[in-house]
Design a protein around this ligand. Structure first.
Ligand code: CO
Length: 215
């Protein structure tokens, strides 16, 4: 109970801190949200994106799942995407992977973890497709990091192929797609693929990716 109590104490302290400077902050935000970003990240406890980027409540729409996957058949992520793009009109959709990702690591090994194996099938596929490039790397650590990067690129690609994003682009509208990797060794977000705002950019990035650029 001690740990749980700490959450409530922290929450009260944060509210006091925010309302000291801006007494109507929560009232204002209860009425509406106008976030600029949709963030799709890993469920890992070490990647609390709002804390890492310093955004305030109301600034970021967030979806997190194991290994930041974007499956067209996943009603959850697709509903989040549609609402964020078509109703909230977010400017940016950011896929964020992270080094030391347990999901990616599990997908790279032979061990079975039960239900989550199905969830990670897409990453196994990435490993298969890039086997040549991965084997050419010096060690397991580099391969691990590269698969994290490739996973981000793949999810940005998956996003770009969704009807929601294709429809928006056809109408000349946002969002712009981005892929970043959080490096928990130094706490920094690192750019992988930025400002994808149409099919030409998607093709260009795929081409660059095939040549091994963007590491
Ligand atoms: Co992870």
């Amino acid at each position: 109970m001690e740990n749980l109590r700490r959450l409530f104490q922290n929450n009260r302290a944060l509210v006091e801190q925010i309302t000291r400077d801006d007494p109507d902050f929560f009232k204002r935000h209860a009425a509406r949200q106008e976030p600029h970003f949709l963030f799709i990240g890993c469920a890992d406890s070490r990647v609390p994106i709002e804390t890492l980027t310093g955004v305030l409540p109301g600034e970021m729409f967030v979806h997190r799942n194991i290994a930041n996957q974007v499956f067209p058949a996943d009603l959850n992520v697709m509903s989040v995407l549609q609402y964020a793009v078509e109703v909230l009109d977010v400017e940016h959709v950011v896929v964020c992977g992270h080094y030391q990702c347990g999901g990616v690591h599990a997908a790279m090994g032979d061990q079975s973890y039960g239900l989550v194996d199905h969830w990670l099938a897409g990453i196994r596929d990435i490993v298969r497709r890039h086997q040549g490039e991965l084997l050419a790397l010096d060690n397991e650590g580099e391969r691990f990091e590269r698969v994290v990067q490739l996973n981000v690129l793949r999810q940005v690609y998956n996003l770009s192929r969704t009807p929601v994003v294709q429809n928006a682009w056809r109408k000349g509208r946002r969002p712009m797609l981005h892929g970043v990797v959080y490096d928990m060794h130094d706490g920094l977000l690192k750019e992988q693929v930025m400002q994808v705002d149409g099919n030409e950019k998607v093709r260009a990035y795929l081409e660059a990716d095939r040549r091994g650029v963007g590491q």
